[in-house]
Design a protein around this ligand. Structure first.
Ligand SMILES: [Zn+2]
Ligand SMILES: [Zn+2]
Length: 330
């Protein structure tokens, strides 16, 4: 079978590798559609960095699914994080909290993938493959997981700092839930896209004094929530200057370390700073409910290319102007 292989220096090739062997507790899935994720770009650009070719996908059950209730040909969404299946966290569908969980890096940009039965989600048939990928992967999952935590009130001001695919997902979801969203980025394409997805205002951080602009747009009160989706230390600092008293900074961008003053930044302004990693398995069902209520996650997808054109898809995605980019095998 073919799989995407990162060579570093922004080079990708399709390699012939042996198909995975069916193993105990696992199901072989023929991938139909997989999404590119910003978290893969490190390995894409840097040779020798730990590869992560694909962790958001849907496919059809090929082999080994019957005993778990998945007939051959059933469409399944693949979760990239799964737990032991035995502990309390797993029983609650919170695989990310399982102490013996398996992390991200699941090789889903392939023709076939071997996935534990407990990581398979069955999206309703009326969802397109693109929608099914988004509700079963972190493309929407990260945004939903955070939104549930934030419980933003209707008409509250939400600043989204960084409009990569995850930031755009926050924009779309928060706007859908009724917030007044202000999107910040450097890319004119992504700023325009954020407006299409429901942002009330967008600000180009290169040309605008964004702290002053957010103050003006919010009538002086600043944002009830700032979603930090860049992971850059200077942007994390900036988030603290855009949040209202009593507000919350939602840390969505992975970031190694940053200097924060608990007294100045948090305590004296009653500010909260929360994190959220990936999402819970059982939240896929809740995201499907939002699709029933009118959320259109497929709008996050700007490009879909055949699997054989993976090199082109990565080049496009790494250019920093797209929304979600898909590889299709159908
Ligand atoms: Zn991802
Ligand atoms: Zn567990």
């Amino acid at each position: 079978m073919k799989r995407v292989h990162f060579l570093g220096q922004a080079k990708v090739e399709l390699r012939d590798v042996p198909a995975p062997n069916l193993a105990e507790g696992r199901v072989l899935v023929r991938i139909r559609c997989s999404a590119l994720c910003g978290s893969e770009l490190g390995a894409y650009r840097n040779a020798g960095m730990n590869g992560n070719p694909g962790h958001e996908a849907v496919g059809l059950v090929e082999e080994g699914g019957e005993k778990f209730g998945f007939a051959k040909g059933t469409r399944v969404g693949l979760h990239a994080v799964w737990g032991c299946g035995k502990c309390q966290a797993c029983a609650e569908g919170k695989y990310t909290w399982c102490e013996s969980r398996i992390g991200i890096g699941q090789d889903f940009h392939s023709e076939l993938a071997l996935v534990p039965a407990q990581a398979l989600f069955r999206p309703p048939e009326n969802l397109t493959d693109a929608e099914a990928v988004l509700v079963s992967g972190d493309g929407l999952g990260v945004c939903y997981h955070m939104a549930k935590r934030l419980q933003v009130k209707p008409n509250a001001f939400v600043v989204v700092l960084g409009l990569g695919p995850v930031g755009l997902g926050h924009v779309m979801l928060q706007a859908f839930l009724g917030a007044r969203v202000i999107g910040l980025d450097v890319s004119p394409e992504r700023l325009a896209f954020a407006k299409d997805l429901g942002a009330q205002s967008v600000l180009d951080v290169r040309t605008v004094d964004v702290v002053k602009a957010v103050k003006d747009l919010t009538g002086g009160q600043m944002a009830q929530v700032v979603v930090e989706a860049t992971g850059r230390p200077e942007c994390v600092k900036q988030a603290f200057s855009m949040v209202a008293h009593g507000g919350t900074i939602a840390q969505s961008g992975e970031c190694g370390s940053v200097t924060v003053s608990p007294s100045e930044d948090l305590i004296r302004r009653d500010v909260g700073w929360v994190g959220g990693w990936y999402f819970f398995f059982n939240e896929s069902t809740e995201m499907v409910d939002l699709v029933r209520k009118g959320l259109q996650p497929g709008r996050l997808v700007t490009h879909a290319l055949p699997f054989k054109d993976a090199a082109q898809a990565f080049a496009l995605f790494a250019g920093g102007k797209t929304g979600k980019v898909l590889l299709t095998n159908a």
